[in-house]
Design a protein around this ligand. Structure first.
Ligand SMILES: [Zn+2]
Ligand SMILES: [Zn+2]
Length: 312
């Protein structure tokens, strides 16, 4: 699993950090997924090795401008590039209305299909090698996390049992090996029940803006990777005149440690934290470290995380 941060700032861009966006792809997959699409994300894509023509799905965590204003430019550029492939956009309720308005007034004929899926909490979307579940967070507008669960796989399956249950040898067996359920119309064969010595899939949560990491609860237990916002340190937060619903370094460190999160990547950093000013980034790291003992990754633009499976 490969993750590349395209934007890591909170609220407004800085000279070092663009607004929220994160690219995700699985090994040997030609297509990729984008989580959030802050303003100017298309420039970041151009500077990376991700091809915008291969972008298949966009997931938006919430409808604050710093997380999705880049989508307008992106869909316009796809029109200019004469894209024909469908683009799927998964977002909270409201984005459909916004995009329809933009398309109607400004873009007219897109030339490709925009498939907008407005999700609700706890909805799960199935893909070829993983599923993505939508989890609710706590923020000033509805905000969500995306729980990526790679399917368990195995090169050994229980042929006898599959045959007994009515699924004869066919290409569907390959799907079962890849951990994908098979639906024949008469019956659903759950891959999990037929895998012998399965290799456990990786599990990652990509969270949007959130003031209470604890809300993710047991989903965090022994998680391989948590990508979460960390807008403030506790000290800075306590001195804010107007309190906003974001996470502090202290809270995220405490929660990640409590649930045994293996890797913690922090993003959505308030522009006040930079190594040239009064608030160096080490303030955040030090505060997280008061509690968290696992692998800590401080995100910056174009930072890459390659998450290997235990067996690889
Ligand atoms: Zn934000
Ligand atoms: Zn927000």
């Amino acid at each position: 699993m490969r993750f590349v941060f395209f934007g890591t700032s909170a609220g407004t861009p800085t000279r070092q950090r663009a607004l929220s966006a994160l690219a995700f792809s699985m090994e040997n997959d030609g297509e990729w997924i984008l989580f959030d699409c802050g303003e100017a994300t298309q420039f970041q894509i151009l500077k990376s090795d991700f091809k915008s023509g291969r972008l298949r799905d966009v997931f938006i965590t919430h409808l604050h401008g710093d997380h999705y204003y880049g989508i307008f430019g992106l869909i316009n550029s796809f029109k200019m590039a004469k894209r024909t492939k469908t683009l799927n956009i998964y977002a909270p309720k409201g984005l459909k209305k916004i995009l329809e308005c933009i398309i109607d007034i400004s873009l007219e004929n897109l030339g490709y299909k925009l498939n907008i899926i407005e999700f609700e909490a706890y909805q799960t979307f199935e893909f070829d090698r993983c599923s993505i579940e939508v989890l609710p967070l706590l923020h000033s507008v509805e905000s969500f996390a995306f729980f990526i669960k790679e399917y368990d796989i195995s090169d050994k399956i229980d042929f006898e049992r599959l045959k007994k249950d009515g699924l004869m040898p066919s290409k569907e067996y390959g799907k079962i090996k890849r951990g994908k359920d098979v639906d024949t119309g008469d019956r659903v064969y759950h891959a999990k029940e037929y895998l012998l010595k399965p290799i456990k899939g990786r599990r990652v949560i990509v969270a949007g803006d959130n003031s209470e990491p604890e809300i993710l609860g047991e989903n965090l237990r022994d998680l391989d990777l948590l990508i979460h916002e960390c807008t403030y340190t506790k000290k800075v937060f306590e001195n804010l005149k107007v309190k906003v619903l974001h996470t502090t370094a202290f809270d995220i460190g405490k929660t990640a440690e409590k649930y045994g999160v293996k890797k913690l990547a922090l993003t959505h950093i308030s522009p006040r934290f930079n190594d040239e000013g009064k608030y160096p980034l080490s303030l955040i790291e030090d505060e997280v470290r008061q509690n968290y003992k696992g692998e800590l990754i401080m995100a910056k633009d174009f930072l890459e995380i390659n998450l290997k499976r235990d067996d690889m």
